[in-house]
Design a protein. Structure first.
Length: 348
């Protein structure tokens, strides 16, 4: 661990000024400290925003739930407001990590965590000491995962430069729910749909090719659309019939403290015995939550039955491009999505 300067922000204005000046942000610390230990990050200065009361709290109206960026995963998962208005988000938060980590991990930090690809997460003090190629760590070196036996690689949106996936559980639920992420910087504030906050490798490559020099370079390292000096302060979730009838399914190798092989966040609003509206997003299949919009459209008016769901899902997942050895994930994704839809609609 290298030496660094540490300061505790006592106001949001102070935190914004520090991030604009290039300081790294720490809140729960469950990600940044790991990055520094592994050699992924080498911050010279860190600003602690963990004491900012204006970034905490969960409030709700009949139309929207607003969650402060410093709300912990356990706070969200145990919130009656969230459990009633958006149960899929509560479930996703409580299925993440371990209870100890959920007591520290914040929603703002969780959605910005980086891939769990083992080739990226290797401990190496410098990129030169990395024992294998990784374009995220050493631009131009290659992607060791692409030809590996690792079974948690992308089905969608990947490039030859990187095939990693994003590991967040809450991000998948937020994407399915059409959540909005509220961001501030010295230049002002802006809102970003959760579906646009994180980027696939293809999106990052396109952005890198069209952006100014500040965003050019190693596009494998670009994982989100935040600009320098921007800080997430909250997220808002619309409360609808679909959000109230929602569920999260996480498929993993063990039940405790494990990242998903595949996950699915779904919401279903019925009209009689047929589907009126659906929202559906998959996790751990891309470098962002993958919204399955084709299935959402084709399922309108269909019965909430396994056969109808499978037809729509198989068609929607036909564009998947599994990396060698990850072909099974297409079937796993279909089955997880089907189960999430059935549970959300009350059929299971």
């Amino acid at each position: 661990m290298r030496n660094f300067a540490y300061a505790r922000a006592t106001s949001l204005k102070q935190a914004i000024a520090a991030t604009a000046d290039g300081a790294a942000v720490i809140a729960g610390g469950t990600e940044l400290l790991n990055w520094m230990r592994l050699g992924i990050a080498d911050a010279d200065r860190i600003v602690d925003i963990g004491q900012l009361a204006e970034l905490r709290g969960i409030t709700a109206t009949s139309e929207v739930i607003r969650i402060g960026a410093l709300a912990t995963l356990n706070e969200i998962g145990e919130s009656e407001l969230v459990r009633t208005g958006a149960p899929v988000l509560a479930q996703a938060c409580l299925k993440a990590a371990s209870p100890q980590l959920r007591n520290l991990a914040t929603i703002g930090g969780n959605v910005l965590q980086r891939t769990r690809c083992p080739y990226f997460r290797a401990e190496a003090a410098t990129t030169a000491a990395l024992p294998w190629p990784c374009n995220k760590r050493a631009p131009g070196s290659g992607c060791a995962a692409k030809d590996s036996a690792f079974s948690r690689l992308a089905l969608f949106g990947w490039t030859d430069e990187c095939v990693a996936t994003h590991p967040s559980d809450p991000a998948v639920a937020l994407a399915a729910l059409d959540a909005t992420v509220h961001v501030v910087s010295a230049a002002g504030s802006r809102d970003s749909p959760m579906t646009d906050l994180l980027l696939t490798q293809e999106e990052a490559a396109t952005q890198s090719a069209t952006a100014g020099t500040a965003r050019r370079g190693n596009c494998a390292a670009i994982e989100n659309s935040l600009r320098r000096g921007e800080l997430i302060v909250a997220c808002s979730v619309p409360v609808t019939a679909t959000s109230r009838n929602s569920a999260y399914i996480k498929v993993r190798e063990r039940e405790s403290y494990e990242y998903a092989m595949v996950s699915a966040a779904a919401g279903v609003a019925l009209e009689g015995a047929r589907i009126r509206t659906v929202c559906l997003a998959l996790g751990s299949v891309a470098q962002k939550p993958w919204r399955v919009t084709a299935a959402e459209v084709s399922l309108r008016g269909q019965p909430l039955e396994a056969s109808a769901l499978d037809r729509a899902l198989e068609s929607a997942l036909a564009t998947a491009r599994p990396v060698r050895g990850n072909e099974f994930k297409v079937l796993l994704a279909r089955n997880a999505a089907r189960r999430a839809l059935l549970v959300a609609g009350g059929a299971l």
